[in-house]
Design a binder for this molecule. Structure first.
Ligand SMILES: [Cu+2]
Length: 124
C-alpha cells in the first residue's frame, strides 16, 4: 500500500513538472491606459494564460502561461488580433481599425501616452 501511495505522489509531481508556468515578455505598440486594459483583458481569456500585465513605460506585455497549454507564438498572434504589434509580428489591420481612435498611431501626439492625460507645464 505504501508503495502505491509513493508512486502516486511521484506521478503527481511529474504531472506538475509538465504543467510548468513560464513567462514571456512581448513588446507591443500599446500607447495608453485603454490599450493596457484592452490587451490585459483580451489576453487573460487566452487558453493557458495565468496572468497578464502591460507596462506602459516600456510597452512590454508580461504574460505568465502554462507551458503545456500555449506558447509565446500563440500569445503574440493573439496580441496582433487585438490590433497591436507583438515583437516582430505586425498587427491585424482589421483589428487595428476597430480600436478606439485614441489608441491609434499619432492620435494625440500632444498627450503623454503613459498617463493618458495632458502634460502640465511643458510650455503648451
Ligand atoms: Cu490606447
Amino acid at each position: 500500500m505504501k508503495k502505491i501511495m509513493l508512486s502516486l505522489i511521484l506521478a503527481s509531481f511529474a504531472f506538475l513538472a509538465n504543467a510548468q508556468i513560464k513567462t514571456v515578455a512581448i513588446k507591443t505598440s500599446a500607447i495608453c491606459e485603454m490599450c493596457k486594459e484592452t490587451l490585459e483583458r483580451d489576453l487573460s481569456f487566452e487558453k493557458g494564460v495565468k496572468s497578464v500585465n502591460l507596462d506602459l513605460e516600456t510597452k512590454v506585455l508580461n504574460i505568465a502561461y502554462l507551458d503545456a497549454k500555449t506558447d509565446p507564438n500563440k500569445l503574440r498572434t493573439r496580441v496582433t488580433k487585438v490590433g497591436y504589434h507583438a515583437d516582430s509580428l505586425r498587427r491585424d489591420p482589421k483589428a487595428y481599425e476597430k480600436l478606439d481612435p485614441c489608441c491609434k498611431d499619432g492620435a494625440h501626439p500632444e498627450m503623454d501616452h503613459s498617463k493618458h492625460k495632458k502634460k502640465k507645464g511643458d510650455g503648451k
